[in-house]
Design a protein around this ligand. Structure first.
Ligand code: NA7
Length: 545
């Protein structure tokens, strides 16, 4: 009933990436009327927008996919270890076709506000097209890395050449052949795209503020029989992922890094680096204390720095590429193909912005405190207003007109990362204070979507009007997050996990680090106890259960 006359549905879902698509499918299965709004002109979210050269998932294809439909997972054929952006997008389109999703998705539509109506006990949702919809529930499935960030330097509009942000790459692609190209940023997006841009560019200058740790991808097409073998054990593999710490099955570490002798330690790190089936967690999962003990962490960080010094011929460039001022793993480790090697090419230059900071973009290029670099094209690989940006960019108002941005002025507050006190009948998929960005996102998405749709079904079956976390449950979750986060090395790094990449953003560790498996158990317990910690029609859940 998403017709022009309708305008009233059970659930509004914001976003048609992998979260929104699965929500639509699940909620339909509960017989609910759902309307999805999506800014882009098709499904896919992240994989719709991030079309820069080399864009690829850092999780292996056979685990970065839905597990909810055995036929889908058996039939879909992946081609290589790490899927490219076009391959993932083809998968998203296939899922949309297969489950006939697009008929309930309104594309090219941005939600501008969601306002709770205290009297009607419903949400009013306004779009940029001036439409007004009402719904009992609103689910935010708008992603954790979806609001892109330009660098905070003046002059971009004056630049005579073309500039591109990696997260808004032109669909027709960009031809850099023979051009003088500049790249600002050295995060995952830059590390994936730089080697490919270097193949085309006549001259490439990378402007680096903070170097990152990158492990070799060892990407390869699947050998014959591999996929069939994996698929024969898919259910067990998926279950291992769900109960793991990071959504990626991995044998648990047995001891601390310094309890091992130097030789055995090195052998482990060598394996994590060289094994062609390695993953981005292998290095950090080698020992129990990698993210809690600085000395343990230093052993792995130094191992990677040694590799960088081996690969990069120019010792000065190698030193500039070596991360030294934050623990390895406290920012998401990058997965690279020929990244460090690229700096051995004579037409590729590295500018250390720590030594000579950026001053401005000029009509002719980029100026640092040292000199001006003349450029024909500029690539901004400068990241995102991560985790909270997609939520705070919508005017969200809960009970009594309270703004979400006020509720979150000192950092995000939630119960389980899923619900927010004072914002009834609202859920967030892969929100702050959930393990999502510290995990295989697909595993987290499925867990969230299933929990949220079951909760909505529970509410509807019982004729309940409102459900929302109690302020006490929210406070306890905020405290628990801080406690587990502060027991790690994560808060010592300036990262988008900490909000420190966006000026003025509160500096708090936003993801939940308690682990995907334990988190899932906690969520299941809450549901099994009649939604413990929630108010149901204004009364503590126990009273209603
Ligand atoms: P990231 O990881 O946030 O990287 C952004 C990069 O841009 C990083 O190197 C930043 O340096 C740099 N940056 C940002 N602003 C500036 C300014 N003003 N001047 C110079 N350099 C700047 O974003 P990505 O898109 O690469 O990856 C995000 C996630 O997507 C990734 O973790 C994967 O999970 C997928 P800084 O570190 O702030 O000094």
């Amino acid at each position: 009933d998403g017709s022009a006359s309708g305008r009233s549905v059970d659930v509004v879902v914001i976003g048609a990436g992998f979260s929104g698509m699965y929500l639509l499918h699940r909620l339909r299965g509960h017989g609910l009327r759902v309307q999805v709004f999506e800014m882009a002109d098709d499904v896919g979210g992240t994989w719709h927008w991030n079309r820069y050269p080399g864009a690829r998932c850092d999780i292996r294809s056979m685990e970065y996919s839905y597990s909810f439909d055995p036929q889908l997972e058996q039939e879909w054929q992946w081609t290589e270890k790490y899927p490219t952006q076009p391959e993932i997008l083809r998968y998203a389109h296939h899922v949309a076709d297969r489950f006939d999703l697009r008929r309930d998705i309104r594309f090219r539509t941005r939600v501008e506000s969601t306002v709770w109506d205290d009297a009607a006990e419903r949400w009013t949702v306004r779009t940029d097209g001036g439409e007004e919809w009402t719904a009992q529930f609103v689910v935010h499935a708008s992603g954790c890395l979806s609001i892109y960030k330009k660098p905070e330097i003046p002059g971009l509009e004056s630049f005579r050449g073309a500039w591109y942000h990696t997260a808004r790459w032109p669909h027709e692609g960009v031809d850099f052949t023979g051009l003088r190209v500049g790249v600002i940023g050295t995060g995952s997006s830059a590390i994936q795209s730089i080697p490919l841009i270097a193949r085309q560019a006549g001259d490439l200058t990378v402007f680096q503020r903070t170097p990152n740790f990158a492990v070799p991808a060892h990407n390869h097409p699947f050998p014959p029989g591999y996929q069939e073998e994996m698929k024969a054990h898919y259910p067990e593999f998926r279950e291992d992922a769900r109960t793991s710490m990071l959504g990626i099955p991995h044998p648990p570490a047995e001891k601390g890094a310094l309890e091992d002798d130097a030789e055995s330690r090195r052998a482990r790190y060598e394996k994590a680096w060289n094994d062609r089936d390695n993953t981005l967690v292998d290095l950090m999962a080698a020992y129990t204390d990698m993210l809690t003990d600085q000395a343990a962490n230093d052993t792995a960080a130094e191992f990677v720095r040694e590799r960088i010094r081996e690969i990069v011929h120019d010792p000065g460039v190698a030193e500039t590429l070596c991360p030294k001022d934050y623990p390895i793993g406290s920012k998401r480790i990058c997965v690279a193909t020929d990244y460090y090697e690229t700096y051995n090419q004579p037409h590729v230059h590295l500018v250390d912005l720590r030594r000579t900071p950026l001053v401005e973009v000029t009509p002719a290029g980029v100026r640092t405190t040292e000199r001006e670099y003349e450029l024909d094209a500029l690539v901004l690989a400068t990241g995102f207003d991560a985790q909270t940006g997609a939520l705070t960019s919508i005017d969200i108002r809960g009970r009594g007109g309270q703004r979400l941005t006020d509720h979150w002025s000192a950092g995000p507050r939630s119960y389980l990362g899923i619900g927010i006190a004072g914002f009834p009948n609202t859920f967030v998929v892969t929100g702050p204070q959930s393990p999502s960005v510290l995990s295989n996102m697909m595993v987290s998405i499925e867990q969230h979507v299933e929990w949220i749709s079951d909760c909505i079904a529970f509410v509807r079956e019982r004729g309940i009007r409102t459900i929302e976390p109690t302020p006490e449950a929210e406070q306890a979750w905020v405290d628990h997050n801080a406690e587990v986060g502060n027991a790690t090395l994560f808060p010592t790094a300036n990262s988008w996990y900490m909000g420190s990449n966006v000026e003025g953003k509160p500096r708090v560790f936003m993801p939940y680090i308690g682990g995907v498996g334990p988190y899932r158990e906690r969520c299941q317990e809450v549901a099994a106890n009649g939604y413990e910690g929630f108010l149901i029609d204004g009364a503590p859940s126990g009273a209603a259960a």
